[in-house]
Design a protein around this ligand. Structure first.
Ligand code: SF4
Ligand code: SF4
Length: 189
């Protein structure tokens, strides 16, 4: 039977729940472990989603935000589709990443920088641009590694797997207006 905890204001639990669509479903986690069992990244995670959710409920804020779990998540949604309690597991992983990035406590992994580079490109063009994503990310974060990426990039280009210039989607202004509004609603500039 699901163990349901009341949400106290100002707690980490409240923060996670309030920043995740349908986040209140987290209270219905029955610790069945189906999420971790179906997760392709489970073996790389310090804590499975099931363990993370128990830690969120008991207020282990620092340990949760320092964990690699959310960064190992590849957003495949397997867990979300299998959860018997309809808990938006993948979205909670995103919420944990957002909180850690906003607070500057994201662990030392490439994922936050890569995520920011990706969202900056989507803001500008409405879609990802592989060459720009890789180049900008490596220039800003791992310039020496960029040199080693050259041959692979050339191979992708000759096989038609990568374009040299970004293309904007149609009606990019409408997408940018939506993104701007979403940022306003979430209190970001
Ligand atoms: S599958 Fe759902 S109910 Fe089961 S442990 Fe994971 S989050 Fe909790
Ligand atoms: S969405 Fe993330 S947590 Fe869920 S199964 Fe996929 S990798 Fe694992």
């Amino acid at each position: 039977m699901a163990h349901v905890t009341a949400i106290k204001k100002g707690t980490f639990l409240e923060q996670v729940v309030s920043t995740t669509p349908n986040g209140e479903r987290l209270l219905h986690c029955m610790q069945c472990g189906s999420c971790g069992g179906s997760c392709p990244s489970g073996g790389d995670m310090e804590y499975t989603p099931r363990a993370i959710f128990a830690m969120i409920q008991t207020g282990e804020r620092e340990a949760v935000l320092a964990a690699n779990t959310q960064w190992a998540c590849v957003s495949c949604y397997f867990c979300t589709t299998r959860c018997p309690q309809n808990i938006p597991i993948t979205d909670i992983m995103y919420a944990l990443k957002r909180i850690a990035i906003a607070e500057g406590t994201a662990r030392n992994t490439d994922a936050p920088a890569l995520a920011k580079t990706f969202t900056d490109l989507v803001d500008k063009y409405g879609r990802s641009f592989e060459l720009g994503l890789a180049t900008r990310y490596y220039m800003l974060n791992r310039p020496l590694a960029l040199l080693r990426m050259g041959p692979m990039g050339a191979q992708m280009f000759t096989r038609g797997r990568m374009s040299l210039t970004p293309t904007k989607i149609k009606k990019i202004d409408q997408l940018q207006a939506i993104i701007k509004k979403a940022k306003e609603l979430s209190g970001k500039k």
